[in-house]
Design a protein around this ligand. Structure first.
Ligand code: PFF
Ligand code: NA
Length: 454
């Protein structure tokens, strides 16, 4: 995704659009984040709430974002200003765009650091460090990496430079082609891992952990995190999908694209979870061990299985590419805004914002070592705070206002032409968009504020 001039050019083929949007959605959120937060919040009940959020909030927001992007035809700030003008609404709606631009900058600052872990693991795997490794040694490996600010900074820098180069130079074609084998590749390796996880003796336990809900483990905080993750994992609430929508040709079905993206994204996350928790339980590891979960478990599987060196190295390469195809979509709203509204061309904008994001990322790097004891909110490190603020507050807030706009402000003709649904389906969709999604988001926010005060 790049060369995003004012959206004159539309997608070379609509498949490419779906691929790029899937490339944005599928990333660290599925492989790294979903398993570890599921582990922290106790499994089944959390997963159920997450799935409900995808269905009742995520998909409607995703449709809304594509509609706004296609109708507004510009970067998120300008697209919102355009649709607001066209529908006789206040210019203040473009605040949704600002919120998104800011959220993107903050998200990428930590996303790049975590993607750096995957790059480090790719090289480790390539060198054969994981062959025959046991869970305890993988743990030591991971803590050693995290303990070194210089190593983390180095890999964060590698990811940042790479992301900037892709976005600045606009090697759109390359990335689009890469996604074509990236997604099937990731899916196939997950199937190989799934096969392995059935041999660990803990597959059923893992399945139960993910799919038998124990509601006593659920708190309002867990619900907020599940909802926030639905936004994060689908790349919604900040305008990334709006940018993609602005390239979508009129004929293409938003419904079909949106459903396909949500399905692929959810499938990859659940597969990753099944595999990772099989390894967790087979090796007596702790499900709630936090952000390191993916990195403390999968090397054990690769170290143990036939062809592990090959699959492991390929897997981490694919994780890096999945992260990269998401990263470019995270920075895209701000770059296209600079380019279209401020006359700062794509090349300059990518470097300016990339360097700013790189500097902010140093805070996340240090959160795992030197600044580990520095708490911003309650027990939260700087990384935890950035993650919480963006994923659980800024994205849902952005998404809330998008649904409100599409449900209440957008003219019926525009909505109907953007979303050609049968009467019955439109009524269902409008009900969800008008009431279910916004009320759910507000309810979760309010309940969290209320439960915090107690
Ligand atoms: N959806 C991506 C993931 O699951 O890794 C992360 C992401 C991409 C979040 C783009 C937000 C965004 F705008
Ligand atoms: Na995702």
């Amino acid at each position: 995704m790049s060369q995003l001039k004012l959206s004159k050019d539309s997608w070379s083929s609509q498949t490419v659009f779906v691929m790029a949007a899937v490339g944005s959605a599928v990333g660290l959120g599925n492989l790294w984040k979903f398993p570890y937060i599921t582990g922290e919040y106790g499994g089944g009940a959390f997963v159920l709430v997450y799935l409900a959020c995808i269905l009742l909030i995520g998909i409607p927001v995703l449709f809304s974002e594509f509609i706004l992007g296609r109708a507004g035809k510009a970067n998120p700030v300008q697209a919102m200003a355009n649709v607001a003008r066209e529908n006789g609404a206040s210019r203040l709606w473009s605040l949704i765009g600002f919120n998104g631009v800011l959220a993107g900058v903050l998200i990428l600052s930590f996303y790049s650091v975590i993607a750096g872990w995957a790059v480090a693991y790719f090289f480790e795997s390539l060198q054969g460090s994981f062959i025959g490794i046991d869970a305890a040694s993988v743990g030591v490996h991971f803590s050693t990496l995290l303990a070194s600010p210089y190593q983390l900074l180095f890999w964060h820098t590698v990811v940042s430079v790479f992301t900037i180069l892709v976005v600045a130079k606009g090697v759109k074609g390359g990335i689009e082609k890469a996604i074509n084998f990236l997604m099937p590749g990731l899916f196939l390796i997950l199937l190989v891992l799934l096969g392995y996880s059935t041999t660990t003796g803990a597959f059923i336990e893992s399945f139960d952990f993910l799919f038998s809900p124990d509601f006593s483990k659920l708190s309002w905080e867990a619900v907020l995190v599940a909802m926030g993750h639905a936004f994060f994992t689908l790349s919604i609430g900040m305008g990334a999908m709006m940018v993609y929508g602005s390239y979508l040709s009129r004929e293409y079905s938003i419904v079909r694209a949106g459903l396909w993206i949500a399905f692929a994204d959810t499938l990859i996350a659940l597969l990753a979870g099944l595999v990772i928790f099989s390894i967790v339980f087979a090796n007596g590891l702790e499900p709630g061990s936090g952000p390191g979960l993916l990195f403390q478990t999968l090397p054990v599987a690769f170290g143990d299985m036939t062809g592990g060196w090959f699959f492991g190295t390929l897997f981490f390469a694919l994780v890096v590419m999945a992260a990269l195809s998401s990263a470019i979509s995270i920075i895209e709203p701000v770059v296209s805004w600079f380019d279209q509204n401020w006359g700062i061309n794509r090349f300059k904008a990518a470097w300016i914002m990339g360097i700013l994001i790189w500097i902010l990322g140093i805070g996340t790097v240090l959160s795992f070592n030197s600044w580990q004891a520095v708490h911003i909110f309650g027990e939260k490190t700087l990384f935890d705070t950035l993650d919480f603020l963006t994923t659980n507050i800024m994205l849902p807030l952005g998404g809330l206002f998008m649904t409100v706009f599409v449900a209440w402000v957008l003219k019926d003709e525009i909505r109907n032409s953007e979303l050609p649904l049968s009467d019955k389906m439109m009524r269902v969709f409008m009900f969800v968009l008008r009431w279910v999604a916004p009320i759910a988001v507000i309810l979760v926010f309010v309940s969290n504020l209320a439960s915090e005060e107690n």
